[in-house]
Design a protein around this ligand. Structure first.
Ligand code: TPP
Ligand code: MG
Length: 566
């Protein structure tokens, strides 16, 4: 039994106390916030309750930490922000939770009820502002309804296709006292495939010649990931993970076909196109995963297409599936692993060929200009980090080296933004490090990317969360420069950066900072960071020409200019 403190003699609690107790009832042990005078009563309720509060330097970071916790655990991550600017600062994290299908609840202080709609100080209409980004945006008017609404927020955030929920808390409502019982904890709702659907699935598989499984999305568990691996073995089917969901399948499993994300192994993209049965388990095969919606015809896929998704509204939304199964990927994987494989599948050998392609593609770092080869560093990390180390990142070209060369080997070890939001790596790393203090947590950031939420390195220092941040500094908003050189060769505009000394930045914040300008110096820098037990930044000096693992800016410009001359 959880001990819920009742703070007054008459068993009355303030709405704020009821709210925080309701979080505890729901298993919440961590919350992330930037304080505001709009929710002082909630801050006070934190004071003597068993909840670890991480106070952050920017609401963007607080929201991303909560989203990362939701992504890593499948249970709603929690953040608290103040009205107006606090809430709008947090919106990037809300958008990530939306696009990445991560369960998250953000509580926002709101002006007092009697002032509403006067555009009082920092007043916003949260239903309107977050209406299109969340699964539910609401406001609690009646303290007696706190248990009901918080309970629903958990169900809404976590069920079906998970996503963000925003709950606004009028300031005067928070201090009202009520005698109200807590609601029991929410229970995740699993949806299982029916027998008829699994029979139909087995029949499609038995008929096929070149099946492939694409796995992604959320609502996976360790058990689900193990089941899909068993299923892949039993059926000898190749399995690719979709954009930034690499952790769903052991990279060295003999059926692993690689990462289907931005600029994937061309052989993998060709394999998907040439397959006669695509089984998409859990994801949405959105723009990045589908190579700009070119892999699979819309609305009628050219191959037999089976889509398994926990959100019924996603089935038939873009691709009209031959078989749609509304189930969580975990339940589907368990059911699929229990099916009997065909006596002699026609596709025997395909999984090995796909895995060989993957190994060849990811095996050795490519040659790149400059003293630091990010590929070699990712290869070192994959060979030296423990299997349960967690890698976080934001957005930028540097992530291409992670997707290509790192090998995820354990569930929930890749915590990265499917939504492509810069600034995610550092807060995500802090969020998961607070949860799992004994695991190695690494944030890999670009120079542009890092400074979007770099101030929360102070939070890592304050909370003694020794994350290791690796900054790939090429002095560029590299992704945009790459596109610029392709589309407008030689016409540089707003893509060059003059950067600070990032190692010095770490030191003045109270952490460890090391600069690396030769690949060979990286292992010692990493070990020094690790053994220090303090938050650390490793500043990699990357040659701006090394824009992708396979090409340079000069080559992109040359090709584009030649094309323009034609
Ligand atoms: C919040 C946000 N703002 C802008 C962008 C557009 N964008 C995508 S990648 C990129 C450049 C990233 O630069 P950096 O972090 O230095 O990585 P690099 O590409 O140089 O490796 C930009 C501006 C984005 N994805 N997210
Ligand atoms: Mg850069």
């Amino acid at each position: 039994m959880l001990a819920i403190p009742m703070t007054s003699k008459d068993n009355m609690r303030t709405a704020a106390e009821v709210l925080v107790d309701q979080l505890i009832v729901n298993g919440v042990r961590h919350a992330f916030c930037v304080p505001g005078e709009s929710y002082l009563a909630v801050l006070d309720a934190f004071h003597d309750r068993d909840l670890a509060i991480t106070v952050c330097r920017h609401e963007s970071g607080a929201a991303m930490m909560a989203e990362a916790v939701g992504k890593a655990t499948g249970r709603p991550g929690i953040c608290f922000v103040t009205r107006g600017p606090g809430a709008t600062n947090a919106s990037a994290g809300i958008h990530i939770a939306r696009q990445d299908s991560s369960p998250m609840i953000m509580f926002v202080g709101q002006v007092a009820r009697h002032m509403r709609e006067r555009e009082a100080f920092q007043e916003l209409d949260y239903r309107a502002v977050f209406g299109s980004m969340t699964k539910w945006a609401t406001e609690i008017d009646d303290p007696a309804r706190v248990p009901e609404i918080v309970s629903r927020a958990f169900y809404m955030a976590a069920n079906g296709r998970p996503g963000p929920v925003v709950v606004a808390l009028p300031e005067d409502m928070q201090t009202e006292r009520v005698a109200i019982a807590d609601a029991p904890p929410y229970q995740p709702v699993e949806t299982s495939p029916g027998v008829a659907e699994m029979d139909a699935f087995a029949a499609l598989l038995a008929k096929s010649e070149r099946p492939i499984f694409l796995i992604g999305g959320s609502r996976w568990t360790e058990e689900g990931a193990a089941a899909i691996a068993r299923c892949a073995e039993k059926f000898a089917v190749p399995v690719a993970t979709t954009f930034r969901r690499g952790h769903l399948f052991h990279a060295l499993h003999p059926n692993y076909a690689g990462d289907l994300g931005i600029a994937p192994n061309p052989k993998l993209a060709a394999r998907v196109k040439a397959s006669d049965l695509v089984v998409l388990v859990g994801g949405r095969l959105s723009e990045m995963q589908s190579q700009g919606y070119t892999l699979i015809d819309i609305p009628s896929p050219q191959m037999t297409f089976v889509h398994i998704h926990p959100g019924v509204e996603e089935l038939g939304r873009v691709y009209r599936p031959h078989l749609a199964i509304n189930a969580t990927p975990t339940c589907f994987a368990i059911a699929a692993a229990a099916l009997d494989p065909p006596a002699k599948p026609r596709w025997l050998g395909n999984a090995k060929a796909a895995h060989d392609d993957y190994l060849a593609y990811s095996d050795k770092p490519t040659e790149v200009p400059g003293g630091v080869n990010l590929g070699a560093i990712l290869v070192w990390l994959r060979e030296n980090l423990p299997d349960d180390a967690i890698l976080c990142n934001g957005a930028g070209n540097y992530t291409a080296w992670i997707h290509r060369f790192y090998r995820f080997r354990k569930f929930a070890t890749q915590i990265a933004p499917i939504a492509g939001s810069m600034g995610y790596g550092v807060p995500a790393a802090i969020g998961v490090k607070r949860l799992y203090p004994d695991r190695t947590v690494v944030a890999i950031s670009g120079d542009g990317d890092f400074l979007m939420n770099g101030q929360d390195f102070a939070t890592a220092v304050q909370f003694n969360a020794p994350i290791i941040v690796i900054i790939a500094d090429n002095g560029l908003y590299g992704t945009i420069r790459m596109h610029q050189e392709r589309e407008y060769p030689g016409r540089l505009s707003a893509t060059t950066l003059r950067n600070p000394d990032f190692a010095g930045y770490a030191r003045v914040f109270g952490g460890i900072g090391v600069t690396v300008d030769k690949t060979a110096d990286f292992p010692a820098a990493f070990r020094a960071a690790e053994t220090s037990g303090q938050p650390a930044i490793i500043h990699l000096k990357i040659d701006p020409e090394a824009i992708t693992p396979t090409t340079t800016l000069a080559k992109i410009r040359e090709t584009a200019l030649a094309h323009h001359r034609e």
